[in-house]
Design a protein around this ligand. Sequence first.
Ligand SMILES: [Zn+2]
Length: 273
Amino acid sequence: MPDAPADAERRRAVAPVPCYRSDSLPDPRLWRARDPRHVSVLRVPPRDARALRVPAGHVLRIRCVEGPQVGDLNLFAADDLSERFYSGKTRALHGSHVTTGDRLWSGFPHLRPLATIVRDTLDWYGTDPFGGRVHDVIGTRCDPYTAHLLSGRDYHRTCHSNLTRALAEATGLDPARAEAHVHDVLNVFMCTGFDGAGRYFMKASPVRPGDHLDLLAEIDLLAVLSACPGGDCGAEHSSDAAPCHPLEMEILATGAAPAEPPPRSSYDRSHGL
Ligand SMILES: [Zn+2]
């Protein structure tokens, strides 16, 4: 390791600044989600995924049933798979973990809220003594490629494969084409953080049956949810070892007057040319 420069401590002592001033974002329209009414419900089996269309202005409630369980969520514009959830920019704007009032943003060139979190029954959890928090936009999704890299075994029930199968079934795409649309997820109910060496950790989720995360669809959405083979993600994933439970995807009508969808980014896309 090279020697530290003479002014190392002075450089380390420079104060950080936020990467983005998220207080200049438009206010979330939480009032639109008052008094939601049940429309339909879809059960996601353990170690599998399901896809569901969510009309704009409706709430997608992701509910824990039967036992602690983590869910891996992909979101798409219902009529355009190229507009999809951008986990990294959502993290940059709102932080490593999301809760009520935070939005789930789509990628470039759209960069608009796909959904707003309007209720989170786990927002009491805050930050635990290990630095763990709930609902992260850090992790990518468990997948068969990394599992094979680390173990040499093929396992077909990772969230990546579950999302691929469910998206293929929902769209009619063959699995190879569907796989190309699967993206980094919102880790619903997952409890994660970074240890003192900067390593990403997970721990058993505090979620219990009845807990839910409510997402207000800002545009017509296709939501795809995997019930992670890691169960509560307290020990391991990418195997059949952990106890696993189903999740529910419930659609709720809000009764609010239809609102204009959020506009796509108005950047002119000339890129200086
Ligand atoms: Zn998973």
